[in-house]
Design a protein around this ligand. Structure first.
Ligand code: FPP
Length: 236
């Protein structure tokens, strides 16, 4: 049953249905230029729209961006404040542009952590969505894969439905397409608590390119390579 969902339409299409992106390397990008780390995050935000647009034009149905992990809160206070401030200032204009390009924006993560004005911005963004059937940009904010699984298990247990379907219904990504591909920039080769449940059969792509330098040309090469990879889902 599960494997039918996993393989649904993949045979017919070599385009990943859902791509997760770990946008790593902003700090090093800034340090290399003798700039404060916050400048790297600002450059990182500027790079989101072109890369996401590339995915949407390629035909990807959903892109999940790892924008702020639960663990990012343990960074020095000034960097955390700079990140929250960036979300406060840039989230609405950035998402408005994506919605104008035909996308629907949703969020994953524990939003209660954020100040009230930032939570209100997230609600405003959700209210700007018009097309329910549009391609989705899912922004992970104060997100932890382990916390998501624990939360989903708790909710599924409350309904007495601890089954794969019951649990998946309670994930933030419920209703979104199967995660076919994960891209991590910045040279590290790990998942860092990103979409742990959803990554079960994802194809993984790593590049040394720092996130602000990651461009459509390199992304398109990865998307093309995805189409050439043989996916077996545990079969021969
Ligand atoms: C990793 O780089 C990146 C982050 C921790 C944050 C990514 C966030 C954004 C691009 C902005 C989010 C804002 C909006 C409006 C969605 P790093 O700092 O760990 O880089 P390093 O490994 O080089 O230090």
């Amino acid at each position: 049953m599960k494997s039918d969902k996993l393989t649904e339409s993949v045979a017919a299409s070599s385009v990943p249905r859902h791509v997760g992106i770990i946008m790593d390397g902003n700090g090093r990008w800034a340090t290399k230029r003798l700039l404060p780390r916050a400048a790297g995050h600002r450059a990182g935000v500027k790079n989101i729209t072109p890369v996401v647009t590339c995915a949407l034009e390629y035909g990807v149905r959903c892109v999940t961006l790892y924008a702020f992990s639960t663990e990012n809160k343990n960074r020095p206070q000034d960097e955390v404040s700079a990140l929250v401030d960036l979300i406060r200032k840039r989230l609405k204009p950035m998402t408005r542009e994506l919605i104008e390009r035909g996308a629907r924006v949703v969020f994953s993560g524990e939003r209660d952590y954020f100040p009230d004005d930032v939570i209100a911005i997230m609600s405003d963004v959700e209210n700007e969505n018009t097309d329910k059937s549009a391609q989705v940009v899912n922004i992970a904010l104060n997100y932890s894969g382990r916390a998501e699984i624990v939360r989903a298990a708790r909710l599924a247990a409350r309904r007495g439905e601890i089954t794969p379907d019951g649990l998946e219904r309670e994930l933030y990504t419920s209703g979104l397409p199967e995660l076919d591909m994960i891209v991590r920039t910045g040279g590290e080769k790990r998942l860092s608590n990103f979409l742990l449940y959803q990554a079960a059969y994802s194809e993984l792509f790593f590049t040394d390119t720092l996130w602000p330098d990651f461009d459509s040309a390199e992304f398109t090469e990865m998307l093309d390579e995805f189409g050439r990879r043989q996916r077996r889902f545990g079969r021969v």
